[in-house]
Write a new protein. Structure first.
Length: 357
């Protein structure tokens, strides 16, 4: 079964385990360089003070952060459970975390390969599973670009910049456009068939034996499946993802409190609102690592002053360790559990022939 999942890493040298780290390390290096440049615009960060703030943390503070991480990931998995018939919450949780792990370490379409492998081991057809994955992704993008307007509402009466307001409005327009496009596509079989035929014509330039009508039928079926689940599952999915983002923001708040930034310096509502406004930056690699962090440091230090800058930077380091590394560790656990179930014969192993379908 390991070979099935490792095929997702086919662009890397499988004999060299360290090659799996190249992609995330390159993203990390780029993020750190960009973040350092952005932070330099507001002055020099005292990294010794940042280290001192981190050294004051206690292991007794970790359990609450871990609980919030699990809650965050749980709500993030709900849309997949809603959109994929027969999947259930537990398997959606496993599928989401494992795909995140593989998607971080391996080039595309590694996360898709592992999702399909898991669906098949659970006797769920990829034709049922992948429309749900697509809807899950699109629902997340709706929230990613829709949540900034909530931050603006939270800060009504505060000293908001024109740039913050306009960026939130533009993000809201993007979110609405995604929803409208989803509804239009779900109701337009003719459009779906036309897209399928066009995709077949393009693919036929590189592969022989492509039947445009078969592709059109497949896309039309895909659209019909999405349409049947969209209106039923979208409201609950958007609600769950909103709670997910709020929980993510609460991890930021808790990290700030642990590093010594109190509520009189940065009130809870202000932290959440600022986080919501900057949230579209998570569309960048590694959830906007470096760029989003620098934007939050700038926003928070404008309120607290430079004196609290090192504590704020330390808090965001804690948040990233919890939400990025913590999520990868959870993904490693869910992948390990899935593989163990297959080895014990409780799940059906995917054969190479099935995988190629």
């Amino acid at each position: 079964m390991i070979k099935t999942v490792l095929s997702a890493f086919r662009r890397l040298h499988q004999s060299r385990w360290w090659a799996l780290l190249i992609r995330p390390l390159l993203y990390l290096l780029l993020a750190l360089v960009v973040g350092r440049i952005l932070l330099s615009l507001i002055g020099s960060v005292d990294w010794r003070q940042v280290g001192a703030s981190l050294s004051q943390l206690s292991w007794s503070q970790a359990p609450l952060l871990i609980v919030l991480l699990i809650v965050r990931q749980a709500f993030n998995s709900i849309p997949l459970a809603v959109f994929v018939p027969g999947l259930g919450f537990s398997r959606a949780f496993q599928n989401d975390l494992t795909a995140n792990l593989v998607g971080t370490l391996a080039p595309p379409p590694g996360d898709v390969v592992v999702r399909i492998s898991m669906f098949r081991s659970w006797k769920i057809s990829p034709m049922d599973g992948m429309p749900g994955v697509t809807l899950n992704t699109l629902a997340f993008y709706v929230i990613r670009f829709g949540i900034p307007i909530v931050g603006i509402v939270f800060l009504i009466g505060e000293d908001l910049s024109r740039g913050q307001v306009w960026s939130a409005i533009i993000s809201l327009v993007v979110a609405i456009a995604i929803v409208v496009t989803l509804i239009l596509v779900s109701r337009g079989e003719g459009l779906a068939r036309a897209l399928g035929k066009q995709a077949a014509r393009i693919t036929a330039r590189f592969r022989e034996g492509i039947d445009a009508d078969v592709w059109a039928d497949a896309v039309a079926k895909f659209r019909a499946t999405m349409s049947a689940r969209l209106m039923k599952g979208l409201p609950s999915s958007l609600a769950a993802l909103t709670v997910m983002v709020i929980t993510d923001g609460l991890i930021v708040v808790l990290s700030l409190r642990y590093t010594g930034v109190n509520s009189s310096q940065l009130p809870l509502i202000f932290v959440l609102a600022s986080f919501f406004i900057a949230y579209p930056l998570t569309a960048l690699p590694l959830a906007g690592l470096g760029v989003l962090d620098a934007a939050l440091v700038v926003t928070f230090t404008e309120v607290t002053g430079q004196a609290a800058e090192s504590q704020i930077v330390a808090a965001l380091v804690v948040w990233r360790v919890v939400t990025l590394i913590g999520a990868l560790l959870l993904g490693a656990l869910t992948f390990g559990w899935w593989h163990l179930q297959i080895r014990r014969g409780r799940l059906e192993a995917v054969t190479p022939a099935q995988e190629a379908v």
